[in-house]
Write a protein that binds this ligand. Structure first.
Ligand code: NI
Length: 244
């Protein structure tokens, strides 16, 4: 238990370096008397045997997490699983993998090469998800990946670390309505991701979510430094099934 809590602390510390706004928002909500609970983290990988979802899941499974559900996102070419811990104090863990077979041979080869260039013990590490980018990447390689997949390029450049943490709106007192939370955040100067509407989902779908725009970070490629989108902060409200 301690080991997994420590990993979550380390992932959060790494995440707020990439996305300082998340800590600012947590502090603001605390000032409003709220207790901020993390609903889920989202982790990303490729579907290669060394690093696939089942590999990335191992530290969580070893810590008592249980696989709950699988998902296919055909348009984004992703497969995903979500895991829960019997202790409700720990967040859900959502792990997705990019299905490489759906991409061009050069895209696939580039990712295979990058993964093969890494000491495999890194992928076995309990702390893989705070390792960041384990391979060398040029800006040209990044751009070529981005032509086919934002997800694939993000992962190649930003590496192994959570894509987002998520405020569990249900556990907030003053801001238990997602619209009120969004209004509060915008009044405090945070920009929300409005593409596809600020609120994604609906009570009928049992889940409403919104998120900040991704922060940005300077990434050192082998040939130059570029400013790229890093991570965003998500807000989720869940509705119970009719059977409870
Ligand atoms: Ni999410």
């Amino acid at each position: 238990m301690n080991k997994i809590n420590e990993l979550f602390d380390k992932m959060w510390a790494d995440y707020i370096k990439l996305n300082p706004r998340a800590q600012q928002i947590v502090n603001l909500l605390k000032d409003e008397g709220e207790v901020v609970v993390n609903d889920h983290i989202a982790l990303r990988t490729y579907n290669l045997p060394q690093v696939c979802v089942d590999k990335v899941a191992r530290p969580f499974l070893d810590s008592g997490y249980v696989e709950k559900d699988t998902y296919e996102f055909t348009e984004k070419k992703l497969f995903a699983k979500h895991y829960e811990h019997p202790s409700l104090d720990l967040p859900k863990v959502f792990i997705s993998e990019l299905i490489l077979e759906e991409f061009s041979p050069s895209f696939q080869n580039l990712i295979r090469e990058k993964v093969a260039s890494v000491d495999p013990s890194i992928f076995e590490s309990f702390e893989l998800m705070v390792k960041g980018c384990p391979w060398e990447l040029s800006s040209k390689e990044y751009e070529s990946l981005k032509e086919e997949s934002d997800y694939g390029a993000w992962l190649a450049a930003i590496g192994y670390r959570p894509n987002h943490f998520t405020v569990y709106i249900n556990r907030l007192k003053k801001f238990s309505n997602i619209l009120e939370l969004n209004k509060f955040l915008k009044e405090k100067g945070f920009e929300l991701n409005a593409s596809g509407g600020e609120v994604k989902g609906s009570p009928e779908l049992l889940l409403e979510q919104s998120s900040t725009l991704a922060d940005s970070i300077e990434v050192k490629f082998t040939d130059k430094t570029m400013t790229l989108p890093s991570c965003y902060f998500e807000f989720a409200k869940r509705y119970p099934l009719s059977n409870g």
